[in-house]
Structures are given as structure tokens and as C-alpha cells.
Ligand binder design. Structure first.
Ligand code: PMP
Length: 431
């Protein structure tokens, strides 16, 4: 089912873009490679909606791949940006705005006493593993297949998200040196983790993981896996790095670690922390963070880190999440959507399994529950592609891959959810 709605302005913009940027995009998932067809160019967004350059409106379930938990152009964020922009866009010197954002992070994220701001999730994870290696003097990092931690060389091994979707979980250009220092294990395999520590325990600097995985679609961690992560890292003197770039401030005010009761040594943040502007962060106890330059010796720096526009948008977003928490509403809307999609699939006789944690959700086109990359890989991605375009043509903008989470925002209404379910009934009956 290729798209039936024609989008001439998007088509023309994409033709131009392809001459200018590799694949016509600045991040690969946007090219819609996994679902066929051309990407849709966006003109503007407001609340729960995206508007394309051909004048079509979509209920948006990507939210810029996570950041827009309050909806697009959320008025207090827009106002904070207007106020900030008149005062200059970057100084390369400390600002009170950085204190404000860092205070909110420290207040909200249970394991973080001190934090360093960077410009993306990738920078956060890259810096976190350097810190783990710097503190322990060890080289090896453990990661899990299908978890995505950005495009850091040593973490771009068996990576999820667009890397897996576009069939380059191991990218050319990543040296064998950097990938030999990475041990890749199966997600949710506590015994595998135990075996890896038994064999390599004294060379493992840290274990990085998604506390709820969103990058092979939504996959929930089992309790014994979470227990093993915490116990084995502690016993072996390795640092536990909880990658909350996607889950931070989404699954609760304090992220997945608060929701699941995890105590990591280092937490990485991105997406929501910048309120839609480019921000990442990594933090931990004051002792762990004292190893970062200039307090300690582990180098990490950034010309635009703590940028005043970014901190204004981030702090306004986090303050709203703290003072007017949308989590109950998100839970109710997301549960309604999940139930409706499951009912639509059942009515159409399409084998699916639905995974949801809070406002992160994936409808897997596989009758079996997905617990790891090997089970995620069994999904019917061709059927997913038909579902994707059917939904797009009915004004519902979903992630363009089976192996991504969709996000519900506080701007969605029950009517949006019900319209989405109605569209899913039509589409699933036809795939
Ligand atoms: N970690 C996780 C868990 C992510 O989901 C992502 C991005 N989707 C990243 C890291 C990388 O973040 P960024 O794209 O901002 O570099």
C-alpha cells in the first residue's frame, strides 16, 4: 500500500534536498527508507499536530522523536525563547540559565547530584563512556543488541533505531579497535551478563543500557535483568550507565530510574531535557562527576554547551513537568490508544503484540511478545510499511519504522486518540 495522497510540494522539496544532502536528509530515519516512498516535508507544528508543505494536517506521534512531551510550540516555551533570543544567542561564558536547568535536572533525576550539559544524546553517551573508562582505567564497555546510544563509534555496534532499520547496525568506518572494546549482549539476558562478567569482569569499565528500550520498538526490561545489571556492576567495580535520552522526564518526572527503582552510576539525558532545542546531559553522584574536567582529568568540552536558548526551552519544559505533571493524563491516553490498536488488530485478524510503558508504545507486527533484538527481528516489516502509509494518508504521523516507539504528548486529546483508532481499524483491515 504505497501512499495514495499526492504531496507535490514535498516531492519537489525532496528532489532539491537530494542534490544537497546525503539521501536528502540530515538524519537517516527521516528518509523513510524502511517504508518506501518519499519523506513528507513539514511546514510548521502546533500542539499535537504537524502541518506539511502541501497543507495536510497530521496527528503527530513522533514529537520530534521524543522531545515534544508538552506538544509543539507550547506557549510558555515559545515565550521563554522570545525572551532569551533578544538577549543574545550564545556567549561562551557561564549563565544563570544553566544553573536553572541543572538545578531542575538534579532535583528531578534521583541518581544525579551533578550534571554536565552537552548538545545531543550522542554527546552525552560518548562522554559517559569516556568518564566510566577514565574512572576505572578499564577499556571494555558492555552494550545490548538493539539498544541505540547515538552514533558514537564504540556504541554503533549491533545498534538499534535507524541503524538496525536501515541494515547498518555495524557501520563501515567504525574501526575494529573500537568495536573490540565493546561487548554486545542480548537485552533481558541476565545469565549472559553474568557470564560476560565472569569472563571479563576486571576489564569492564561500564555497562550502558536503555532502562526501557525504545530503539527496537518498546521492549521492557525484566526484573531479574535489572537486578543483574545493578548487582554485577557493583560487584565488579564497573559503572552502570543508564541511557535515559528517550525515557528521561517521559516515564516519570525522574525518568525510568524513578519509575523502576534503578540506581545507576551515570545517567545520560537528551530529547525532553532541551524542550525541542539541541541539549544532552550526563550526570551522577558528585563524586563520579568530580572526575570531569576542570574538577577532574576526564576531558569533555563544547562551544555551544549550555546555550542560553536551549537552557531556556529546557528549563521551561522541566519546570512545567514538575509543577503541572501530565503523567496521569499521558498514562490514560496511552492506555486508551494501546487498547484501541489491539482491538483494531484483533478485529482485522492481523497478528500483533503491543508493548507500552507510559507514553511510549509499539504495535509489533508479530504475534509473539518482543523481549530482545532476536525476537524483534521476527516482525513483518512489509506489513508495517503498509500500515504506516495507510495511517499517513489518513492524517496520522507514526514513526517510519517498526523498530521505533511512538510517543503520546500532553497536547493529544481523547478525540485525537479515537480518530487514530478509527483510522487503524480501516488500515489494518486492508493490510
Ligand atoms: N540514546 C538513546 C536511548 C536514544 O534514543 C538516542 C536517540 N534516539 C540517543 C541516545 C542519541 O541521541 P541524539 O540523537 O540526540 O544524538
Amino acid at each position: 500500500m504505497p501512499p495514495v495522497v499526492s504531496r507535490p510540494n514535498s516531492h519537489e522539496a525532496f528532489a532539491r534536498a537530494q542534490a544537497l544532502m546525503p539521501g536528502g536528509v540530515n538524519s537517516p530515519a527521516r528518509a523513510f527508507g524502511a517504508v518506501g516512498g518519499e519523506p513528507i516535508f513539514i511546514d510548521h507544528a502546533a500542539g499535537a499536530y504537524l502541518y506539511d508543505v502541501d497543507g495536510n494536517q497530521y496527528i503527530d506521534y513522533i514529537g520530534s522523536w521524543g522531545p515534544m512531551i508538552l506538544g509543539h510550540a507550547y506557549p510558555p516555551v515559545v515565550e521563554a525563547l522570545h525572551h532569551a533570543v533578544d538577549r543574545g544567542t550564545s556567549y561562551g561564558a557561564p549563565t544563570p540559565g544553566e544553573n536553572e536547568l541543572c538545578e531542575l535536572i538534579v532535583e528531578l533525576v534521583p541518581s544525579v547530584e551533578k550534571v554536565r550539559l552537552v548538545n545531543s544524546g550522542t554527546e552525552a553517551t560518548m562522554s559517559a563512556i569516556r568518564l566510566a573508562r577514565g574512572i576505572t582505567g578499564r577499556d571494555r564497555i558492555v552494550k545490548f543488541a538493539g539498544n541505540y546510544h547515538g552514533h558514537v563509534d564504540s556504541l554503533l555496534v549491533a545498534a538499534g533505531s535507524a541503524a538496525a532499520t536501515l541494515a547498518v547496525p555495524n557501520s563501515p568506518g567504525v574501526t575494529s579497535g573500537s568495536s573490540t572494546d565493546t561487548l554486545v549482549l542480548e537485552y533481558n539476558d541476565a545469565a549472559g551478563l553474568q557470564a560476560a562478567f565472569a569472563e571479563h569482569g576486571d576489564t569492564i569499565a561500564g555497562v550502558i543500557f536503555e532502562p526501557v528500550c525504545g530503539n527496537m520498538g518498546v521492549v521492557t526490561p525484566s526484573q531479574d535483568f535489572l537486578d543483574a545489571l545493578q548487582t554485577l556492576t557493583k560487584q565488579n567495580g564497573a559503572l552502570l550507565i543508564c541511557d535515559e535520552v528517550m525515557t528521561g522526564f517521559r516515564l516519570s518526572p525522574g525518568g525510568a530510574q524513578q519509575r523502576l527503582g534503578i540506581q545507576p552510576d551515570i545517567t545520560t539525558l537528551g530529547k525532553i531535557v532541551g524542550g525541542g532545542l539541541p541539549v544532552g546531559a550526563y550526570g551522577g553522584s558528585a563524586e563520579v562527576m568530580s572526575n570531569v574536567l576542570p574538577e577532574g582529568k576526564v576531558f569533555q568540552a563544547g562551544t555551544l554547551s549550555g546555550n542560553p536558548l536551549a537552557t531556556a526551552a529546557g528549563a521551561t519544559t522541566l519546570r512545567t513537568l514538575r509543577d503541572d505533571p501530565p503523567y496521569e493524563k499521558l498514562e490514560a491516553l496511552s492506555a486508551r490508544l494501546a487498547t484501541g490498536l489491539e482491538e483494531a488488530a484483533a478485529a482485522a485478524g492481523v497478528p500483533t503484540s503491543l508493548a507500552r510503558v507510559g507514553s511510549m508504545l509499539t504495535l509489533f507486527f508479530s504475534g509473539e511478545p518482543v523481549t530482545s533484538w532476536s525476537s524483534a527481528a521476527k516482525c513483518d516489516t512489509e506489513r508495517f510499511a503498509k500500515y504506516f502509509w495507510g495511517m499517513m494518508d489518513r492524517g496520522v504521523y507514526l514513526p517510519c519504522s517498526q523498530y521505533e516507539a511512538l510517543f503520546v504528548s500532553a497536547a493529544h486529546t481523547e478525540a485525537d486518540i479515537d480518530n487514530t483508532i478509527a483510522a487503524a481499524h480501516e488500515v489494518l483491515a486492508a493490510v
